[in-house]
Design a protein around this ligand. Structure first.
Ligand code: SF4
Length: 368
């Protein structure tokens, strides 16, 4: 099975409960769809078709919290917007108590701790302990360089994963992160973490220049360490990153992922089959950015992990004051070619636009 049975059952129960009984306090605000209006015109209508209402209208809820306890990092990766966007607060950190308050406030069953480099957060051990005590699953997203030094601050847990960033084999990855030796240290971190009984995933961003044969080579190389899973998604050129040459249009993403199914069959790729179909252009989804909210030193970041049009004091304010209908392909030019997992993987997990065959496909994928 891809995930422990208790985790799978817990997540399925959470999604079902929130779909059937959505929290009313998160459905208010400018996108509430009062008077029968359609505030969620996110999917661009096909020729001759009226635009469909968003299928999750008045049913918004979070699935994965992106928690950024700090934005400081030891690297300056080419595609990273955080070190640029949050330059003025780069030395600030969210205190542990405030991080845990955000976890409680939003209630998402999965917490992705990112940043910045979260392994530079002094209380990272205490933070993960506090989140696990709340029965949440953690993906600790790291460049892997501090695993060796700080591994003793963690305990293996079936709900805890190190999620190590690797964009290719040694030469390519070191080029992407703009420093030699990073690949080797990250791989050493993976080896040590696995040897100590931890679960380890990798996280790969696909750029215009990425050779998918090299990604296959990377997964084959990592198999010797029994890596538990691979996450993969196309990069997206949002406003905080200037270098648009490295990002792809939707058509280029389709082309890049067309043959990826063969690789996903061979290695433990964690992306859902429906999201992979989306990346191949075989199905469409509306953006569900509210499914992956982000909390950082400035508060709740809206509308999504990529675009910042505001920071909100409370999670409820993020959910009710963000004009969600203004975002997504067809609504905001900044969203036009976006296919990132934080905007669309929740749509797949929620079964949007899915039929019975798709649900069976998802079930078979979970059990594989
Ligand atoms: S489409 Fe992408 S960039 Fe636009 S709101 Fe959704 S996640 Fe953000």
């Amino acid at each position: 099975m891809k995930f422990p049975i208790a985790m799978t059952a817990g997540l399925a129960g959470y999604i079902l409960k929130n779909k059937m009984w959505p929290r009313p306090e998160w459905q208010k605000g400018p996108s509430a769809g009062v008077n029968g209006s359609n505030p969620f015109r996110i999917l661009p209508p096909k020729a001759g078709e009226a635009s469909a209402p968003h299928p999750m209208i008045r049913k918004r809820f979070p699935i994965v919290l992106m928690l950024e306890p700090l934005h400081a990092c030891n690297l300056t990766c080419t595609g990273c917007g955080r070190i640029r966007e949050y330059e003025s607060t780069i030395t600030e950190r969210v205190p542990v108590e405030e991080c845990l308050k955000a976890v409680d406030e939003c209630g998402a069953p999965v917490v992705s701790i990112c940043g910045g480099e979260p392994m530079m957060y002094p209380q990272i051990g205490a933070l993960t302990t506090g989140i696990l005590a709340r029965n949440r699953t953690i993906y600790l997203c790291t460049n892997g360089m501090y695993i060796k030094k700080r591994l003793h601050e963690f305990r293996p847990d079936q709900r805890f994963y190190f999620n190590v960033h690797l964009d290719g084999m040694e030469k390519t990855h070191d080029l992407c992160v703009e420093r030699e030796g990073v690949f080797r240290e990250a791989v050493e971190g993976i080896r040590l973490a696995k040897a100590a009984g931890f679960q380890v995933c990798t996280n790969t961003t696909v750029y215009k220049e990425t050779d998918m044969r090299e990604i296959e080579e990377l997964f084959a190389y990592l198999a010797q360490f029994n890596v538990d899973g691979h996450q993969i998604a196309p990069a997206y050129g949002y406003s905080a990153v200037d270098d648009r040459e490295i990002f792809m249009t939707r058509e280029e993403v389709y082309e890049k992922f067309r043959g990826f199914d063969r690789i996903a069959q061979k290695y433990p790729v964690r992306q859902t089959p429906l999201y992979m179909e989306f990346l191949r252009g075989e199905r469409d989804f509306p953006c569900t950015a509210w499914g992956n909210p982000t909390y950082n030193v400035k508060g709740w970041k809206g509308p999504c992990y990529l675009i910042t049009d505001g920071h909100y004091r409370t999670f409820e304010e993020l959910m009710t004051e963000t004009p969600w209908e203004h975002y997504g392909p067809g609504n905001d030019p900044r969203c036009e070619h976006c296919m990132v997992h934080c905007g669309f993987e929740p749509s797949a997990a929620l079964g949007i636009n899915a039929g019975l065959a798709d649900n069976l496909k998802m079930l078979a994928w979970t059990l594989r």
